[in-house]
Write a protein that binds this ligand. Structure first.
Ligand SMILES: *Cc1c(COP(=O)(O)O)cnc(C)c1O
Length: 362
């Protein structure tokens, strides 16, 4: 039975990417590897829309989130963390673990932070060193208006750190055009790879803070990676296999331009949203992302049961996280997830909902 992995990470791996990773492993201190890594670094810049170096780490996305904190701040610094879901909360937890003072900007889950409100908080707290947020808050499937947020943060001395782990490649993102200072990526979402790589693109304004930052770091030390990237080299053994796969994945993403890749996901997202509306279901988010859609589980249906019955048909949707467990389910349409996969899965969703509601009545 074909499996339909439609969760917001990990996502399906295209066959040509999987094949490239099945080849015999090569050594990283070789011209062969450096050539691949150089292509990867160039294409990562196009994907992030930046002229800044994009540093690559061997870790899940959370590692790069931590790296953004421990490279840019010092103990006792104050930062604003936008908390509109699970991943906003994670940034606050990381900051607290490092002794950074968190001023939470809490918003209702499923909504987005508004720039004027953030501007007020920044005016009242002029010592804030950084603002942490997401492009797509995956737990609520909500896209934030990073362009407006950046417009406000750029007027201050604070840096803007944006976790684009799930949004990159699906939701519009323009690091340099908008003025984002640190952008954080991960391999297992829109980049169509297995988990295991994470990324930090670092602006000039952020580098000025990195130089003053005194938080402890060793593996995640930005300076170590940046120093070697010009020679397409790494301070430590890179995740060679994943970098080889990344070259293939990025060539798919950039072959017709990143904007076209993003536009394809925008169309898939609106197809999914229209289908959901056609089933009489409602969306959880007020600002739905083009990477993932969160659907409210109807009153008459058991959310856990719905996800379990779809699994018996080979379809995996994600449930809700935190207090949304059982209340929503999430359908990813990022990365290599195809329109055909979505059509099949939504057809089965329709059948399953009909079965679950008729069993209840019967
Ligand atoms: C998946 C995800 C992460 C990182 O999770 P890892 O499990 O560490 O890869 C962080 N932020 C967002 C928005 C995500 O979707």
């Amino acid at each position: 039975m074909k499996k339909y992995l439609l969760t917001p990470g990990p996502t399906p791996i295209p066959a040509e990417v999987a094949e490239s990773m099945a080849k015999p492993i090569i050594h990283h201190r070789t011209k062969q590897y450096r050539d691949i890594f150089q292509t990867v670094n160039d294409k990562l810049k196009s994907a992030f829309k930046t002229e800044n170096n994009v540093l690559t780490f061997a870790s899940s996305g959370t590692g790069a989130m931590e790296a953004s904190v421990c490279n840019s701040l010092s103990k006792g610094d104050s930062v604003i963390v936008i908390r509109g879901g699970k991943f906003g909360e994670r940034f606050a937890e990381i900051c607290e673990a490092y002794g950074v003072n968190v001023l939470p900007f809490d918003i209702e889950w499923g909504t987005r932070p508004e720039a004027p409100a953030l501007e007020e908080i920044l005016k009242e707290n002029r010592k804030v060193k950084a603002v942490f947020t997401q492009l797509c808050e995956t737990s609520t499937a909500t896209v934030y208006d990073i362009k407006s947020i950046a417009g406000v943060v750029n007027k201050t001395g604070a840096i803007l750190v944006v976790d684009v782990i799930s949004g990159l490649g699906s939701d519009e993102f323009d690091m340099d055009g908008w003025g984002v200072d640190i952008a954080i990526g991960g391999s297992q979402k829109g980049l169509m790879l297995p988990p295991g790589l994470s990324f930090c693109a670092v602006s000039k304004k952020a580098w000025d803070m990195v130089k003053k930052s005194t938080l402890p770091r060793y593996y995640y030390d930005f300076a170590k990676y940046d120093k070697l990237i010009e020679k397409s080299d790494n301070p430590f053994t890179p995740a060679i296999t994943l970098v080889v796969g990344l070259e293939k994945a990025l060539s798919i993403i950039t072959q017709n331009g990143v904007d076209n890749f993003v536009a394809g996901h925008r169309k898939d997202a609106s197809y999914v949203r229209d289908y959901i509306a056609g089933l009489g279901l409602s969306l959880f988010s007020r600002f739905p992302s083009d990477a993932v859609t969160a659907v409210n589980v109807p009153e008459s249906v058991d959310g856990a049961k719905l996800i379990d019955s779809l699994k018996t048909n080979g379809i995996t949707f994600a449930g809700g996280q935190g207090h949304l467990k059982g209340k929503i389910f999430r359908i990813a349409h990022m990365g290599g997830i195809s329109r055909e996969d979505l059509q099949f899965a939504l057809g089965k969703l329709k059948e399953t909902l009909e079965e679950l509601t008729s069993n209840k009545q019967g």
